[in-house]
Design a protein around this ligand. Structure first.
Ligand code: SF4
Ligand code: FES
Length: 372
């Protein structure tokens, strides 16, 4: 019997027409444009909570807000407010503005500021640095200033099982780990407790840790709130070389990325797609116990798609080039930067200050509270 294909819906996203299946979200339509033409990748709205492989994720962080300038061909009125592109479905004739709309770009700056209200600026001592989506989001879309003066909330670090550590202080409440726990457990043993400023994941997630696939919460966490205890403080991600490898595993697909420092496998993670999402979860045996090269069949260097320091000094020189967004940001932000501090131009003073600052940073990174 002939397969009946659903009628496609045509929308315009930042001036580009794209046809997608009914039920597609605006975010997925934008990703379709970028998947067809890599140079359009900058059009895709950022996502801090949406994670395609985790059904029902999205709608929490507002990083992906866009303007719908025309709702549909039937009702071409604009939507009154910006809408989250990750959970808003397309309509025939919809016109969406993202990078072409100043209000969207301006709002995105505020969203970065909002997410950083409670997130500590401890990137120099955070294991996620270099592969942190919040770091990328703030670099690509944030502003140089914050208006927040209150103290950030802090939590004690919690060991959840032998392999995973939760540092709630860094959590942005994206719910990704919650949805991951939902997938790997049969009963509801997890969730976000309390409301507003008092919200936290915590004990619910601890109960999900007694599971062969619990390590996947580390990979889905966009920040350094959930980290791998077998890898913490072993290296910076830009010093390690990622390699795709597989093994014959009875519990999972066995397809992983091995992270080498010299000849040593210092970390095993699931593989991520071009959007930084894990398509196939891996089991804890592959992640935490197979740390010898002889455990694996090596396929070759991992192709790192995200513009990231992970790709610097590795296999592909073209990935070291400054990504487009950095040049665009520099072009738009260089002049308006409002910085009236006095600068010294005396080279000896500059050198001295720089040595002093490095010493302070080194001292901070060696403090016991930053190393357990
Ligand atoms: S711990 Fe990480 S994955 Fe879980 S809600 Fe917080 S930021 Fe999201
Ligand atoms: S990515 Fe859409 S709301 Fe978070």
């Amino acid at each position: 019997m002939e397969e009946i294909k659903p009628q496609l819906i045509k929308i315009t996203f930042d001036g580009i027409e794209v046809e997608v299946e009914p039920g597609t979200t605006i975010m997925q339509a934008a990703r379709k444009i970028a998947e067809a033409d890599e140079s359009q990748g900058y059009l895709v709205p950022p996502a801090m909570c949406y994670y395609k492989p985790l059904p029902t994720s999205g709608g929490k962080c507002r990083a992906c807000l866009v303007r719908v300038a025309a709702g549909s061909a039937k009702d071409p009125r604009p939507m009154p407010k910006l809408v989250p592109s990750c959970i808003t479905q397309v309509q025939e004739g919809m016109i969406v503005e993202n990078t072409t709309n100043d209000a969207v770009l301006d709002t995105r700056k505020s969203i970065v500021e909002f997410l950083l209200i409670n997130h500590p600026l401890d990137c120099p001592v955070c294991d996620q640095a270099g592969e942190c989506h919040l770091q990328d989001f703030s670099f690509e879309h944030g502003s140089a200033k914050t208006r927040y003066e209150e103290e950030r909330r802090t939590f004690e670090k919690i060991d959840i099982g032998p392999f995973v550590q939760l540092h709630m202080t860094r959590c942005i409440l994206c719910y990704r780990c919650v949805y991951t726990a939902d997938q790997i457990t049969n009963k509801r043993v997890h969730g976000v407790m309390n409301r507003g400023d008092a919200s936290e994941i915590s004990t619910y997630i601890e109960k999900a840790i007694d599971n062969d696939f619990s390590g996947n919460v580390i990979d889905v966490c966009p920040v350094g709130a959930l980290t791998d205890k077998t890898y913490r403080f072993k290296s910076r991600v830009w010093f390690s070389k990622p390699v795709d490898a597989h093994c014959d595993c009875e519990k999972c697909s066995g397809k992983v990325t091995l992270w080498y420092r010299g000849d040593e496998v210092i970390r095993v993670t699931a593989r991520k797609n071009i959007w930084g999402e894990v398509n196939e979860f891996i089991c804890n045996t592959c992640r935490f116990e197979r740390k010898k090269t002889s455990d694996w069949t090596i396929e070759g260097p991992t192709k790192v798609k995200r513009s990231s320091v992970i790709s610097a000094n590795k296999y592909r020189k073209d990935l070291i080039a400054k990504p487009d967004f950095a040049l665009k940001l520099a072009a738009t932000q260089f002049k308006p930067i409002d910085d009236e501090r006095e600068y010294t131009t005396d080279i000896e003073t500059v050198r001295h200050q720089s040595i002093e600052n490095n010493d302070k940073a080194n001292h901070r990174s060696l403090l016991p509270q930053n190393n357990n």
